[in-house]
Design a binder for this molecule. Structure first.
Ligand SMILES: [Ca+2]
Ligand SMILES: [Ca+2]
Ligand SMILES: [Ca+2]
Length: 215
């Protein structure tokens, strides 16, 4: 009797216990398999947002140092192409990384009246003229705070093409996947949510915002 009792105390797992354990393990593995790509996706998106914000900061630093905004780069090599108002971010000139986590070079477009000033004082004068409307601005973002199709003038935009690795409408208008000189001067709102047809990460610098930053 005591031997039997001892033997049952050291018994192995029953088939039911093993089955339950396997089911739980299966659920955990399944959950992990679902969760991991989601976490990777989320991480790449937050890294993109950080990189685009970093570019915005670097561009503002460039204004402080030179008294003007940089021209865009015509190629992915990221050096400024004089005269170029939209294209790639001049990342090499700015001294930063140029590719987003999806391996696409960041895009950039700039207001034409803010690229050829020679001092921050002159830069601020131009900003004031653009803000008052005395000078007609030529770069805009959609402003969702007003009405769906209203736009607000901005000094520049920086764009990551996002997971689909292409600039989406309205950032790309001629459907060649890039922001280039053949697109118009109207870009999406920075707050535009990600959908199946739009996954760009965009930062812009508003004119009054920039005016307030520059001493
Ligand atoms: Ca995109
Ligand atoms: Ca556009
Ligand atoms: Ca284009």
């Amino acid at each position: 009797m005591s031997r039997r009792h001892g033997a049952s105390g050291r018994r192995g797992f029953t088939l039911i216990e093993v089955s339950i354990a396997l089911v739980i393990l299966g659920l955990l593995v399944g959950l992990g398999a679902q969760l991991l790509p989601m976490l990777v996706k989320q991480k790449k998106l937050s890294d993109s947002r950080m990189l685009v914000k970093e570019a915005k900061t670097a561009i503002i630093g460039y204004v402080m140092a030179t008294g003007r905004l940089p021209y865009a780069s015509a190629t992915t090599n990221g050096t400024v192409t004089t005269g170029r108002l939209s294209g790639y971010l001049p990342w090499a000139t700015l001294g930063m990384a140029g590719r987003d986590p999806y391996n696409t070079t960041l895009f950039y477009a700039v207001e034409s009246h803010l690229v050829n000033t020679t001092s921050t004082a002159q830069f601020k004068q131009r900003l004031a003229l653009l803000i008052s409307g005395a000078t007609t601005a030529d770069l805009f973002c959609v402003d969702t705070s007003v009405t769906p199709n209203a736009t607000v003038p901005v000094a520049f935009v920086v764009i990551s093409a996002g997971e689909n690795m292409r600039a989406d409408s309205p950032n790309d208008d001629n459907n060649n996947r890039r922001v280039d000189v053949n697109d118009d001067n109207r870009f999406a709102a920075p707050s535009r949510p990600i959908t199946s047809t739009y996954d760009d990460v965009l930062e812009s610098a508003g004119l009054p915002y920039l005016n307030g930053l520059i001493p």
